[in-house]
Design a protein around this ligand. Structure first.
Ligand code: NI
Length: 177
């Protein structure tokens, strides 16, 4: 178990597509998922993708309990999602503020699909198939973007909607996610 260093924007490893997991029974996968949970918890993040700790595999974790950083956000169950496939369930798009542990201290406004189906596998290799919306859908799209080498600033339509968290949201004590 270990808290791993999180790569920051500018590191070329964050721009590489991740490979699918082929062996769900490997010790390396088990260890990776433990380290990802340890790291996300230590940094109080909402999600983490394996490439963010320098591992180019299609593994993301996410989960949000009632959290002062997201006063309006519904909770999201703690989930390990491997080899994900996303399918929008409607044409609706929603704008929302995002942060990222790889882009510390910043927030940007990003359009995401409002209604989303996500499929993949859990840590034991069991299928996951969920239909979600709103904040849950946003978190999944943000994390899965990391598996395609996409960081949220690349999706900001107007760079005036990008800035330092403490300036955009003074006094709210928002942290990185
Ligand atoms: Ni991120």
């Amino acid at each position: 178990m270990a808290i791993r260093d999180v790569l920051k924007m500018g590191d070329p490893r964050l721009l590489e597509p991740a490979r699918p997991v082929a062996d769900f029974s490997s010790l390396e996968l088990t260890q990776l998922i433990v380290d990802m949970h340890d790291t996300m918890r230590a940094l109080n993040g909402a999600g983490l993708a394996a490439p963010q700790i320098g591992v180019g595999l299609q593994v993301v974790i996410f989960g949000v309990e009632a959290n002062p950083r997201y006063p309006d956000a519904e909770s999201v169950p703690l989930t390990v999602l491997i080899n994900p496939v996303l399918t929008p369930l409607s044409d609706a798009m929603e704008a929302g503020w995002e942060g990222c542990l790889s882009v510390p201290g910043m927030r940007g406004l990003v359009l995401r699909h409002a209604d989303l189906r996500y499929q993949g596998f859990d840590a034991a290799g069991q299928p996951i198939d969920r239909g979600v919306s709103g904040f849950h859908a946003r978190v999944v799209q943000h994390e899965v973007d990391h598996l395609h080498g996409i960081l949220y600033p690349m999706r900001i339509r107007d760079l005036r909607d990008f800035g330092f968290t403490e300036t955009l949201f003074p006094g709210q004590n928002l942290q990185d996610d």
